[in-house]
Design a protein around this ligand. Structure first.
Ligand SMILES: Nc1ncnc2c1ncn2[C@@H]1O[C@H](COP(=O)(O)OP(=O)(O)OP(=O)(O)O)[C@@H](O)[C@H]1O
Ligand SMILES: [Mg+2]
Length: 252
């Protein structure tokens, strides 16, 4: 299978901090790809460059064979890249269902004018969006929380809701930034099943995660960042035994 995402020498600096030093990596269609490394290694910065929140200072991305425009979050979404955030970003005072419906709008036609005029077409589209959002809540198994305000959901359920909202854009690549953070063992196991299911249903996954057991058990390949530089990109069995990785991250 060919590469879905190619990162070529992506660099990002914040003043004197080199958050990313010419990072090149390649994610294949259909794989679960892990991105690990110590705190401050540049993992989230990589996501932010990929999804257009930051403009890289050097290098760039190719997605599905065509360059990704920098500084264009909307374009990343349209091209099929969705993400969740390390610090959960939901609309706290909207219901779970409404949060997913918002995510869905990137794939729909009716503009603001259509919504104001409330044409039959927009009403039908709105109903379809609602139906699809309900299906996604069911998919991440929080359908019973559809009418709860996002802020009232448990931490684990908020993370699931973020995944549902990201899936609403029908991504080809789903980027998860520490989805298991703050989860207990049962929630983490359920998350593992969810991620495997998403991949099985055809979405490629890029996973940032500190839970090494989860990463090594779930990922087809893993990349390690340290001080903004790529240390290694390989299958978990090789990465786990790499001396540099053990020293920088895994510990003896
Ligand atoms: N907007 C910013 N402004 C200034 N410095 C930043 C900014 N974003 C990140 N950095 C710095 O860039 C480096 C990489 O940060 P980043 O958040 O990408 O690390 P990370 O690997 O995601 O770490 P963690 O595991 O703690 O989430 C850090 O030194 C951080 O302080
Ligand atoms: Mg981070």
């Amino acid at each position: 299978m060919g590469a879905l995402l190619e990162a070529r020498a992506v660099a990002k600096h914040f003043g004197g901090v080199k958050a990313l030093r010419d990072v090149s990596l390649s994610i294949r269609e259909g794989e679960i790809y892990g991105l690990i490394g110590p705190n401050g290694a540049g993992k989230t910065t990589f996501f932010n460059c990929l999804t257009g929140l930051y403009v890289p200072d050097g290098g760039g991305f190719e997605f599905s064979g065509a360059p990704l425009q920098a500084n264009a979050p909307h374009q990343a979404a349209e091209r099929g890249i969705a993400r969740t955030f390390q610090n959960i970003r939901l609309f706290a005072n909207m219901t779970a269902l409404e949060n997913v419906m918002v995510g869905r709008h990137v794939r729909t036609r009716a503009g603001v004018l259509g919504a104001m005029l409330q044409t039959r077409a927009t009403r039908e589209e709105e109903a379809a969006i609602r139906q699809r959002a309900e299906a996604l809540l069911h998919y991440v198994r929080i359908e019973d929380k559809a009418d709860d305000l996002a802020k009232n959901l448990s931490y684990g359920d908020q993370r699931r809701l973020e995944i549902a909202r990201a899936l609403a854009t029908e991504p080809r690549l789903l980027c998860l930034d520490e989805p298991a953070a703050g989860m207990n063992a049962t929630e983490t196991e359920e998350l593992r099943e969810l991620i495997e299911g998403i991949r099985k249903d055809g979405t490629t996954i890029l996973l940032i995660e500190h839970d090494v057991k989860l990463v090594m058990g779930l990922c087809d390949r893993v990349a390690v960042l340290d001080y903004g530089a790529l240390v290694i990109e390989d299958v978990p069995a090789v990465v786990q035994k790499d001396q540099r990785v053990i020293e920088a991250y895994l510990g003896a």
